[in-house]
Design a protein around this ligand. Structure first.
Ligand SMILES: *Cc1c(COP(=O)(O)O)cnc(C)c1O
Length: 388
């Protein structure tokens, strides 16, 4: 049998033809009106996606680069920051902050644990030395979406920082209305662009703190980035990934032409279809209830006796479907199916069918077709309701 390769991980994600082609444009100098126009438009369109009028700074790096830059640009060694930890990516913030000698206070709710915001509020109230709080919007390691609006409210007296990597253009984020000081994200999740572009939005309050922050920085220096972006022809302090910016530009145009509300609803349908399909294939989801299901990625346990890392590898080798396994200690136990960005409902059905076939090959007693059928039901309802 011939099987097409299908990429279904929560980043990097498949790239639409228009976006791929945009990367083949001839190279230009970044100190020209032509580049300035491109760079300014990308910045403006990112602001639309984040619903913000704050400054947006764009960098050449994976998203972790912009996260590290955020730590460099906001703090002095010894500053106290609170990290809300309920997954692998939050843990990465803990480690990053410690690497810069910050005093990290953790509100640790465990892997895939629900955040208790009353507890977070208490911690912030009792320790007035805390200068910032960090929360992940979509915890890609678990498939949980955190209540960022609530977070921003609780953290209103400190600098609020949101890692929105796999949340942007999947789920609503209203940076200004909710009062989020810094949003960090990048191109290779739902923004359908090859990896290598990251960005942050920076509020006035965050700029005030930046003026007093003394941690070493160079490549990700916000003030330098801002100054260059305000030149007659907006550009960057260092050579930018020009091809990737062409691609991000094309992807942002596609998403805005579709309309953000539709983009969110489309992802919701894909998330629901994936969950119902995995359950119909006899798998137990990592998360048990609404409304914390992320629309970017779904995690499920494999039946005991099966190894997730081996399952993932075999699924790719035998059926061409690339999903991923769990993070850290869950590598062996969890599979994760990505459904953000340029993914359609029929690809979800293809992935579910392949997962089902492989489970059958491993001896699970399943009726072929049930997983795709469960997903099809969700899609049919959405089509009937003209959701997508
Ligand atoms: C993907 C992702 C990142 C950044 O990962 P990079 O590999 O550096 O691009 C950070 N946080 C979350 C929640 C993510 O999903």
């Amino acid at each position: 049998m011939l099987y097409k390769k299908r990429l279904m991980v929560p980043g990097p994600t498949p790239v639409p033809h228009q976006v791929a082609q945009a990367g083949a444009k001839p190279m230009i100098d970044e100190r020209t009106p032509e580049f300035g126009e491109l760079f300014a438009r990308v910045g403006t369109n990112i602001k639309k996606i984040l619903h913000t009028r704050n400054d947006v700074l764009v960098f050449t790096s994976s998203i972790t680069g912009a996260c590290e830059g955020t730590v460099q640009n906001l703090f002095n060694p010894g500053d106290k920051v609170l990290v809300i930890n309920n997954g692998f990516f939050a843990q990465r913030w803990v480690e990053m902050c410690k690497a810069y000698r910050l005093a990290v206070i953790e509100c640790d709710f465990g892997f895939a644990g629900e955040i208790d915001f009353a507890q977070v509020a208490r911690v912030l109230e009792q320790d007035r030395e805390i200068v910032a709080a960090i929360c992940v919007l979509c915890e890609t390691s678990t498939g949980m979406v955190n209540d960022i609006e609530r977070f921003a409210k609780v953290a209103q007296n400190v600098i609020s920082i949101v890692d929105a990597a796999s949340g942007v253009a999947v789920t609503e984020i209203r940076a200004d209305q909710w009062g989020i000081d810094v949003v960090v994200s990048g191109g290779q999740k739902a923004l359908m662009t090859p990896p290598g572009i990251s960005f942050v939005s920076v509020s006035d309050k965050a700029w005030e703190r930046n003026a007093r922050a003394g941690s070493p920085r160079f490549y990700f220096d916000w003030q330098k980035a801002k100054r260059y972006s305000q030149d007659k022809y907006p550009h960057t302090p260092w050579t930018p990934a020009i091809s990737l910016l062409y691609q991000l530009d094309a992807a942002l145009e596609m998403l805005l032409a579709e309309g953000l509300e539709k983009v969110y609803r489309r992802h919701e349908v894909l998330g629901r279809a994936t969950r119902e399909g995995l359950k119909a294939a006899g798998l137990q989801l990592l998360l048990e209830k609404e409304p914390r299901f992320a629309s970017a990625v779904t995690a499920a346990y494999l039946p005991s006796g099966l190894h997730a890392d081996e399952f993932v590898e075999t699924l790719a080798a035998d059926y061409g479907i690339q999903i991923t396994d769990g993070p850290g200690l869950y590598k062996d136990k969890l599979i994760r199916v990505g459904h953000c960005g340029y993914i359609d409902p029929f690809e979800i059905q293809a992935a579910l069918s392949a997962i089902e076939l492989l489970l059958i090959a491993y001896g699970c007693r399943l009726q072929p077709g049930e997983a795709a059928k469960a997903a099809q039901k969700i899609v049919a309802e959405a089509v009937a309701d003209q959701v997508c």
